[in-house]
Design a protein around this ligand. Structure first.
Ligand code: NAP
Length: 282
């Protein structure tokens, strides 16, 4: 008799666009694991009930995407440090006692991407600029502080949201309006876009990178398109760039290990598979 297949899924609303089934499906096949990974669209009105009764879902665990990350975290019996700080969980599982546990792996996804694609990027952590103050910004500020960046400047349209993050994360974080960006760029070693601007279907991100030192690294959380206008501009002026796809791939690693018992790697074939699915962007 063979053991029952373990099942996991990505939960969100909407969720059909998610690449998580492709990512986990790739690893399940690669390791020959008897498991399944699907897609579950959970209506917002049903989300609290779903996560609070997760043990009845038949799933070993799940990824959680917009807009349910906060609701999932609130339903968890246990949270890792990052999920506690962010008040949001993107990876959940049942422990041996049937308790719902949650983690936030967006920050390790961000770090894993830069470690893989820009080795040495944090050798001399100085000043970073984070554009945006939503969920992705929170994870990335957490990540940058963990790598000892001396100053993290958060630039956002709604100043109160940037100020709230700066207040929560302490003395190395500073909130700014877009008007300050030109001056901030002069000192920056890293620029990260975490706004939705520049994403396909959203307004463009209009930033003039000319004050930025050429040694600075520029990266984008947006990965549709893969090569955003921000990255194009940075590349044209000689800055090192890293696209946002690797963040998505690396954030998936801890969940897969948790649910299926094998720690997978983000390899070139996986990246190529998702790039093809995104429409062949570079
Ligand atoms: P979010 O919480 O909704 O935050 C959106 C941010 O974009 C806010 O700072 C918002 O500013 C800003 N923004 C939106 N429209 C704007 C406009 N017209 N002008 C100026 N600012 C604007 O979203 P999120 O979850 O952080 O996600 C942000 C982006 O990161 C998305 O494109 C998402 O796909 C991407 N992401 C990628 C990964 C990955 O693995 N690569 C992971 C997470 C997220 P206000 O505060 O002023 O509204």
């Amino acid at each position: 008799m063979t053991a029952a297949a373990r099942k996991a899924a990505v939960t969100g609303h909407p969720v059909a666009h998610s690449r998580s089934p492709l990512i986990h499906g790739y690893w399940l096949k690669k390791f020959g694991i008897n498991g399944e990974y699907g897609c579950l669209d959970i209506e917002p009105d049903d989300a609290d009930r779903f996560f609070r009764t997760f043990s009845e879902s038949g799933l070993t665990g799940a990824n959680v995407t917009v807009p349910h990350k906060e609701i999932a975290a609130a339903a968890c019996d246990r949270l890792d440090e990052a999920a506690k700080v962010m008040g949001a969980a993107n990876t959940i599982w049942l422990d041996d006692a049937g308790r719902l546990c949650g983690a936030n792996t967006d920050w390790t996804g961000f770090l894993g991407n830069l470690d893989q694609r820009a080795p040495g990027w944090d050798d001399d952590p100085g000043t970073a600029i984070v554009l945006g103050a939503g969920g992705a910004a929170r994870a990335i500020v957490f990540a940058l502080l963990s790598r000892k960046f001396k100053a993290v400047h958060i630039v956002n349209r709604t100043p109160e949201k940037a100020a709230k993050i700066a207040e929560e994360f302490g003395s190395r974080t500073f909130a700014h309006s877009w008007d300050n960006l030109g001056t901030l760029l002069e000192e920056a070693g890293l620029v990260v876009n975490t706004t939705t601007l520049g994403m396909t279907g959203k307004p463009p991100l209009k930033v003039d990178l000319s004050p930025l030192p050429q040694s600075a690294l520029v990266t984008d959380a947006v990965y549709v398109p893969l090569q955003t206008d921000l990255l194009k501009q940075a590349e044209q002026r000689g800055n090192r760039t890293v696209d946002g796809l690797g963040m998505l791939l690396h954030q998936a690693v801890p969940g897969f290990e948790r649910w299926f018992g094998v720690r997978p790697e983000v390899d070139d074939d996986l990246r190529a598979l998702i790039v093809r699915d995104l429409g062949g962007a570079k």
